[in-house]
Design a binder for this molecule. Structure first.
Ligand SMILES: Cc1ncc(COP(=O)(O)O)c(C=O)c1O
Ligand SMILES: N[C@@H](CCOP(=O)(O)O)C(=O)O
Length: 430
């Protein structure tokens, strides 16, 4: 598959180049030249397929012929070695748990898929690749874990100082080996801007091969479309009108869901559930797209002021505002509302959600007020113990720690503090 840049000032290029480069030379995000819907029978009989079979069929057209089918099968099987269960809360609301991977956040799938694609493209190559990542919490840990020890790959993670949870910080600063963490005096948006500047800085790119493992990179972003198919597989025989409420920050996950819908997955509607960082909620009301500096919230991984992927969403809807509004609603919730939702979910259903999932739950509730016939699935994008302070304070009960979390607790943080783009450049050159 070839891809074009959404800034339309760079040549179209192959999946391999898109993975290895990350961002197009004109600073645009890459988008596939075509999307061919899958046969209706695939969705009608989806519950007869394994997760790996679903994922293989769904992603094949986007990575062929650069990744041969036998290699793709292995990549998909290794990537998806854990569960994606749907848990019913009531007749109208379920949650899709995306936290059963090694770092207990939904980013594990994209990070593992991309690491394997890059490993495949690099197998006969002695050149080193430096993967730059900006994180507001979860991408960093998932990428660190997914790329740990991958030959020929160095990973540099930028995270906003004091704005990620303690466990998220441990996950991205303690692995060592080929993983380095930079603690940035600034916000996630500052980290993301520095990363994008680095890709276009010739004084760096002439000396090293840089790529991104944020959702900028197609190989990190696109596999997220699997989740929506895995949920559909578990629900389609029980409910007709399936709606997804996606806790959104950089809008990669919801945009991947829209790609699943483009492939033919019968999704009735999407809800983008936001915290106070609500540029898209405001856009759908005013039609004015006005990014603002991000503000800090208890659902910190969604503290994004200028979502990277909104441009991909606009592309899917051909910049047609009315068409977008038909298929997407968006609501924004305060921290107080999020905490009240955490408690409500716990008291009413005995289910412990994390703050991001709780925002998704609130999105479902708002949507269902006007559409009581729908079944709304909110994505549980991270395990609640990644946000132990907030969750234990609200539900007033100690949470048992899963192995994945225990294993990083006692480890020593190693990070270099930086403040400016020049600091990043010096770090990379040294
Ligand atoms: C736990 C959690 N929920 C939601 C999001 C938002 O996802 P996206 O940036 O794809 O909108 C993130 C960040 O990626 C996250 O880590
Ligand atoms: N919420 C993310 C921010 C980066 O998103 P990405 O999908 O573009 O990597 C995080 O947790 O780091």
């Amino acid at each position: 598959m070839n891809y074009y840049s959404l800034n339309h000032k760079a040549p179209n290029t192959t999946f391999e180049n898109v993975v290895v480069k990350g961002l197009a030379p004109d600073k645009g995000l890459y988008f596939p030249e075509s999307i061919t819907p899958l046969p209706k029978a695939f969705f009608d009989n989806i519950d007869e397929l394994s997760n790996s079979e679903i994922a293989f069929t769904a992603i094949k057209q986007f990575v062929s012929p650069e990744i041969p089918e036998d290699v793709l099968k292995t990549i998909v099987e290794e990537t998806l070695s854990f569960d994606f269960p749907v848990v019913k809360l009531n007749d109208n609301i379920s949650t899709l748990e995306l936290f059963h991977g090694p770092t207990m956040a939904f980013k594990d799938v994209g990070a593992r898929f991309m690491a394997r694609c890059l490993g495949y493209f690099n197998k006969d190559n002695d050149n080193e690749v430096t993967v730059l990542v900006a994180t507001s919490g979860d991408t960093g840990g998932a990428v660190a874990n997914g790329f740990l020890g991958v030959k020929g790959v160095n990973v540099v993670i930028l995270y906003p100082s004091g704005k990620v949870s303690d466990i998220q910080e441990k996950q991205l600063t303690t692995l060592g080996q080929n993983i380095k963490a930079l603690e940035v005096n600034g916000t996630f948006d500052d980290c993301q801007a520095m990363v994008k500047t680095a890709f276009l800085d010739e004084s760096l790119t002439s000396k090293m091969q840089l790529t991104s493992a944020n959702s900028i990179n197609v190989a990190r972003w696109l596999p997220q479309l699997f989740y929506f198919m895995f949920a559909y597989k578990q629900l389609h025989k029980k409910y007709n009108d399936i709606v997804f409420s996606v806790p959104s920050g950089n809008f990669g996950n919801i945009c991947a869901g829209m790609m699943a819908q483009q492939l033919g997955l019968p999704i009735k509607h999407f809800v983008a559930s936001n915290n106070a960082n609500n540029v898209v909620t405001r856009y759908l009301i005013s039609q004015l797209y006005e990014p603002k500096p991000s503000v800090q919230t208890i659902s910190n991984a969604m503290d994004v002021g200028a979502p990277s992927n909104f441009i991909r969403i606009e592309e899917i809807y051909k910049n047609n505002f009315e068409a977008l509004k038909e298929n997407l609603s968006s609501y924004s919730f305060t921290d107080e509302e999020t905490k009240a939702a955490l408690l409500e979910i716990y008291k009413n259903y005995g289910y412990v959600a994390d703050p991001h999932g709780a925002v998704g739950y609130l999105g479902c509730k708002n949507y269902l007020k006007e559409n009581p016939e729908a079944h709304c699935v909110f994505l549980e994008t991270a395990h609640p113990t990644k946000f132990l302070d907030v969750v234990e304070e609200v539900i007033k009960e100690e949470q048992p720690l899963p192995e994945q979390i225990k294993s990083v607790m006692g480890k020593e943080k190693e990070a270099t503090v930086i403040s400016t783009y020049e600091d990043l450049k010096q770090f990379l050159l040294n």
